[in-house]
Design a protein around this ligand. Structure first.
Ligand SMILES: Cc1cc2nc3c(=O)[nH]c(=O)nc-3n(C[C@H](O)[C@H](O)[C@H](O)COP(=O)(O)OP(=O)(O)OC[C@H]3O[C@@H](n4cnc5c(N)ncnc54)[C@H](O)[C@@H]3O)c2cc1C
Length: 419
């Protein structure tokens, strides 16, 4: 039995990029929204921090770009990496067909807070932090009529009722599992180990290094920190840890001695590293009567190509248009029929991105397994040839363009805005 009941037109579970953008767009369209978030603060460790030109266009269309550019960030105008010491540029943003020829690197907390602040300027919006959803509430015919939640700060059970509940609660979605929807996870051939170093202690002028001895990726975060990812083959990390921290540093030194030196000076052993689960997935259904899943709850992206944030934001933009229309046309619970258009619209481009990420992960895994067997003189020759071929390959350019610009058919339905 709930201590209290809240009613809204839409209850959104999860204030990541997908939930926060959808909450803001709906609130600005005159829809009553309850946005429910388990965490008490916006702090998030190791979440997506890459925002591609496609998302920047959408931020502009929703009038938040100036706010976003006010926050601490780094601007990227070129995608390049070092291949056996040879710098290879895969993406020159100036050559893209876009009015926004740059990507942003920025941590999520300040951005999410800014979106919620903007949503809170509209009367129909309510934000419920420190409130964990524990499951969906079904009506007599099996449809979803809301969610149950617990606010741990005031120790209260709350029931949120709405014609539609949106599960935007990420990779381990409670909403999805409570609706018995399979996440469709597939094993990743690679894992990522992350750690942070002070900005400026290593040369991060390229976004990564691929070497005989392994792969490192670098991301500036707009503040005083640099985030570094070390790729390992799936399941390999326990053995690396067992060999000890000095052996780990030696592995890193073989790729970039400066990073290894900084690890020694700035990390307190393995406790300052984090192994992240990067297995991708595609849930078999994204809608039910009264329920819509979006972002990682519907399709888990891996960090490759920084696609998770764009997919979640594009989902929110498409869901906004569809939900405003469907709420106008229907009185009670929104039927699966009315919501299915979301899935029809989004699934093809999401499937394409996840399949590209999986192919890239297979290639990285192959390199991690066999890179060290290739004789250095062969590697240096092929690195030069590769460095020449990559920027000229139509196929590679099409791939980076689609990663950079996202789904160009997605656009914010500004006609729904009340101001
Ligand atoms: C290591 C790593 C690096 C990444 N790097 C990038 C990158 O550079 N660029 C990029 O685009 N993508 C990246 N991604 C992916 C990106 O972080 C996600 O795809 C993106 O955050 C998904 O957004 P979302 O809104 O769907 O879900 P999330 O961001 O996961 O947000 C879900 C929210 O729901 C809340 N929640 C969960 N359960 C409940 C509950 N029961 N009740 C209430 N609230 C709940 C969570 O606290 C969270 O705030 C990365 C992912 C990882 C793991």
């Amino acid at each position: 039995m709930a201590d209290r009941t809240e009613r809204a037109d839409v209850v959104i579970v999860g204030c990541g990029p997908g939930g926060a953008v959808l909450g803001y767009l709906l609130a600005r369209s005159g829809v009553d929204v309850a946005l429910v978030e388990r965490a008490a603060t916006f702090e998030r460790e190791y979440r997506g921090f890459g925002w591609n030109p496609g998302v920047i266009r959408l931020f502009d269309e929703m009038d938040v770009l100036d706010d976003v550019l006010d926050l601490a960030h780094e601007t990227v105008t070129e995608g390049s990496f070092s291949l056996y010491g040879e710098e290879v540029t895969v993406l020159d943003f100036d050559l893209l067909e876009t009015d926004y020829p740059y990507a942003l690197l920025m941590e999520q907390p300040a951005l999410l807070e800014r979106l919620v602040d903007r949503a809170e300027t509209y009367d129909g919006f309510s934000f419920h932090p420190a409130t964990a959803v524990t499951g969906i509430v079904r009506d007599g015919s099996g449809g979803v009529e809301g969610v149950r939640a617990r606010n741990r700060e005031v120790d209260q059970e709350i029931r949120f009722e709405a014609p539609v509940a949106v599960g935007a609660d990420g990779r381990y979605s409670t909403v999805r599992s409570s609706a018995d929807i399979d996440p469709g996870l597939v094993e990743s051939p690679i894992d990522l180990v992350w750690f942070k170093l002070p900005r400026g202690v290593v040369d991060a002028s390229t976004q990564g290094r691929i070497d005989r001895d392994g792969i490192l990726v670098y991301f500036g975060l707009g503040g005083g920190e640099l985030q570094i990812g070390y790729l390992v083959r799936n399941g390999e990390w326990p053995a690396i840890r067992d060999a000890g921290f000095d052996a780990f540093r030696a592995r890193v030194a073989a790729i970039d001695p400066a990073v290894a030196g900084a690890i020694g000076a700035h990390l307190d052993g393995f406790r300052d590293t984090t192994l992240l689960d990067v297995a991708p997935g595609l849930a078999d259904a994204w809608t039910r009567d009264g329920l819509l899943l979006l972002g990682d709850a519907a399709h888990v992206a891996s960090p490759i190509g920084a696609q998770g944030n764009p997919l979640a934001v594009e989902d929110a933009v498409v869901a906004h248009d569809l939900l405003v229309g469907a709420l106008d046309e229907s009185a009670g619970t929104l039927s699966r029929q009315a919501l299915r258009e979301f899935e029809t619209r989004r699934r093809p481009s999401v499937e394409r991105v996840i399949s590209l990420q999986r192919r890239a992960a297979d290639n990285f895994a192959f390199w991690l397994k066999y890179g060290a067997y290739v004789p250095p003189q062969v590697v240096r020759g092929s690195a030069t040839a590769f460095g020449w071929a990559v920027p000229r390959s139509r196929l590679v350019q099409r791939l980076v363009e689609s990663f950079a610009l996202g789904d160009r058919t997605v656009s914010v339905a500004r006609s729904h805005f009340t101001d």
